[in-house]
Design a protein around this ligand. Structure first.
Ligand code: TYD
Ligand code: MG
Length: 461
């Protein structure tokens, strides 16, 4: 008789292994492997697997015959948030809203609840971080509906679940998931096991009762939400609120969305009276753009929307070794790559200079199409030459730099060009084949187009 053997099965993804792992090798969840006794294996020859007991085999259904009812939506009343969510919150679903402290997560959720309360929805705001008085002070700035929202200041998840059960809200915000704890588990609130347990229990109740729940989560210094990916596979939607606290503009992006696309982004501005949707962000950025050397307008994309943003660079002699490479709104490695291509293929060597690059307004330009804007801004700063002729509309640009100095096409060139045309930006320096009047196959050609048509008198030393 074969003896029962022990297997370790991941609670999260079902990965089974004879060995126990602290971290699941499949879904990377921590402490999720549970010991189970497997049915006795029946050996049927070499390589045969554990045999399942014979049961009625379930029948798979062709997808075309599956009833697919579109998910019902609860609009939050905040257009940009609804757009990123894919039309509003879905009852019974869990949304994780991440972002660094002070970015505006509590403000955004309080505003959404206020709007929903004003529209006659049942709402609940669970605050584990602030006292009801603090929550009220914020709500006072956010308009009438915000003061109608019932608040519960509580950190014990059992108490929170009991209140959700009793109040049966349509939508509930838990601010933040890291502050709740379960008495059933050891460890302080915010530990990976606690955060997962808390989210799991809330998820089960939310699904059972059809409550739309938004879990607010702080992002750690390393940029991850409460331990590596612990919640991301448990929730239906992961939203990230980004930007810099000192700047006014913030973007909201979906990193995962079971009920919509992850392509959309919303732009907000933080004001005295809360977050205001920026419906025409391009207009703001173009209006503020300078025409000085080192300034370039990027015809970029924010999700599926075109967005014109100003990229600025400053190049100055360095007094330190190695010289500084500082950027905001950009990936550092991408900047390093652009500088290397500029030096090797553009004839703009910056070995001994400090280079600072900034995407204006606190927006991020994390897309390959931003390469050319960064390169042109740095070259323009290094040569102390403004882009274009200095008269008429300012130029714009987009394109990805290849390692051999070629300019590569990027997605949505038609939308980028249309947006630039809407603001009268010309020429738009773009990769070959993009349909622009100023196409450049290489970085060198783009530099010629951007910096050459300058009258000799304007050439600074
Ligand atoms: P908050 O929403 O509390 O951030 P988070 O919950 O992400 O930590 O608020 C962020 C900052 O925004 C805070 O420093 C104060 C500021 N703020 C405004 O400028 N205007 C407002 O109307 C509100 C409510 C906050
Ligand atoms: Mg907060």
């Amino acid at each position: 008789m074969p003896r029962p053997s022990t297997v370790h099965v991941c609670r999260e993804c079902g990965h089974a292994s004879v060995r126990w792992f602290g971290q699941c090798p499949d879904c990377e969840a921590w402490n999720s492997m549970e010991e189970r006794t497997a049915a006795p294996a029946v050996r049927r020859g070499p390589g045969s697997a554990v045999r399942r007991p014979r049961a009625e085999a379930p029948v798979a259904v062709p997808l075309g015959e599956v009833d697919a009812v579109p998910a019902r939506r609860l609009p939050t009343g905040i257009g940009e948030l609804d757009r990123v969510l894919g039309g509003g919150l879905v009852p019974g679903s869990l949304v994780l809203l991440g972002g660094s402290p002070g970015i505006g997560k509590s403000t955004l959720t309080a505003m959404a609840l206020g709007q929903m309360a004003a529209a006659g929805r049942r709402t609940l705001y669970v605050s584990g971080e602030e006292s009801p008085a603090q929550v009220r002070l914020r709500a006072e700035r956010l308009g009438a509906g915000a003061l109608r929202v019932p608040v519960l200041a509580e950190t014990d998840v059992d108490a929170v679940l009991a209140t959700i059960e009793a109040e049966r809200p349509d939508v509930c915000v838990v601010d933040s998931v890291q502050t709740l704890h379960s008495a059933e588990l050891p460890g302080a609130a915010g530990s990976v096991a606690q955060v997962r347990e808390v989210a799991d229990r809330i998820a089960r109740l939310a699904k059972g009762r059809g409550v739309a729940v938004v879990l607010v989560g702080h992002v750690t210094k390393e940029g991850s939400l409460a331990g590596p990916r612990v919640l991301e596979h448990l929730v239906d939607c992961v939203l990230q609120f980004e930007g810099e606290r000192e700047r006014t503009y913030r973007t909201l992006r979906a990193h995962k969305n079971r009920f919509g696309s992850t392509n959309d982004a919303g732009v907000f501005e933080m004001r005295q009276d809360g977050l205001v949707e920026v419906l025409d962000a391009s207009a703001r950025f173009v209006e503020a753009a300078t025409r000085a050397p080192g300034s370039v307008v990027l015809a970029g994309m924010e999700g599926s929307r075109p967005l014109l943003v100003e990229v600025q660079a400053l190049v100055s002699d360095s007094e330190v070794q190695p010289p500084r490479r500082v950027c905001s709104g950009l990936d550092r490695n991408r900047l390093a790559l652009v500088l290397a291509v500029l030096a090797r293929h553009g004839g703009v060597g910056l070995g001994g200079a400090d280079v600072f690059v900034n995407v204006v307004g606190g927006v991020r330009a994390d897309e390959p199409g931003a390469d050319l804007a960064v390169a042109l801004a740095v070259a323009s700063a290094a040569r102390n030459l403004a882009l274009g002729t200095g008269e008429g509309p300012p130029p714009a640009c987009f394109g990805e730099l290849g390692l051999t100095g070629e300019l590569r096409p990027v997605a949505h060139s038609d939308r980028r060009l249309a947006e630039a045309a809407r603001f009268g930006l010309a020429p738009v320096i773009a990769p070959a084949g993009s349909g622009s009047g100023a196409e450049a196959p290489s970085l060198r050609a783009a530099l010629r187009l951007a910096l050459a048509p300058v009258a000799p008198a304007r050439r600074a030393a």
